[in-house]
Write a protein that binds this ligand. Structure first.
Ligand code: NAG
Ligand code: NAG
Length: 200
């Protein structure tokens, strides 16, 4: 559990301020046609992206410049009403034969509270394209909830200062659920997106 209040609702390091003139804009180009890959070496209670979403009504099409997504995602993770969903996204870089963490990471203590907030990173590249927001808003990602999307290009943009982001990177997404007593649910979710950054 994140006990430091500083972590609460912090989405910040991730989207460094656009106003900083020295920031470099990047687009994350996915390496894998399947978009999502499994986190390596996880115990069996850590589910992959299929544990989060049923993607049977959706398609990802890539022309190796962009990935175009269309269709529906149906939530599959067996969480309960009232659970708090905590997510983290960590950017790792492949360096001298192994994956190393970078300074880019994001922790969100209560994902459901901010799923449709316009300032959020995921809103810009995902949840703003959900057509039936109003119908599913209250359900967050409870099992059976179906997100119906207008087709969109998966554009993962990042602005960063400092050293250029060169070479192979991966975004590691982790979802954890906690019941109303703060006890973590038995299963969690982990999946990755592999790719490289292109300067825009
Ligand atoms: C995700 O996990 C399920 C169950 O372990 C497995 O059947 C499925 O092939 C996995 N998906 C991918 C993309 O590897
Ligand atoms: C998405 O869900 C809607 C509503 O259930 C359905 O009408 C539509 O056919 C689904 N789209 C696909 C690609 O299955």
């Amino acid at each position: 559990m994140w006990s430091t209040p500083n972590f609460v609702y912090k989405v910040l390091i991730w989207i460094l301020l656009a106003r900083q003139s020295s920031a470099i804009k990047y687009k994350f180009s996915l390496e894998n046609e399947d978009v999502f890959t499994n986190c390596p070496n996880k115990p069996s209670n850590v589910l992959n992206v299929s544990g989060l979403f049923d993607t049977s009504e959706s398609t990802f099409k890539t022309d190796f410049v962009s990935v175009r997504f269309s269709g529906n995602l149906t939530c599959a993770w067996n969480i309960q009403p009232g659970d708090r969903i905590q997510i983290s996204v960590q950017l790792n870089r492949f360096d001298r034969g192994s994956w190393q963490p970078t300074v880019f990471n994001m922790h969100v203590r209560d994902f459901c509270a901010s799923l449709y907030e316009k300032e959020q990173y995921w809103y810009k590249f995902w949840s703003k394209y959900i057509i039936n927001k109003e119908q599913v808003r209250e359900k967050c990602i409870l099992p059976g909830t179906k997100f119906i999307h207008e087709p969109f290009d998966v554009d993962l943009l990042l602005e960063a200062q400092g050293l250029p982001l060169i070479g192979q990177h991966k975004l590691v997404y982790t979802f954890k659920a906690f019941d109303t007593n703060g006890v973590e649910r038995e299963t969690s979710i982990c999946f990755e997106m592999l790719g490289e950054f292109q300067r825009l």
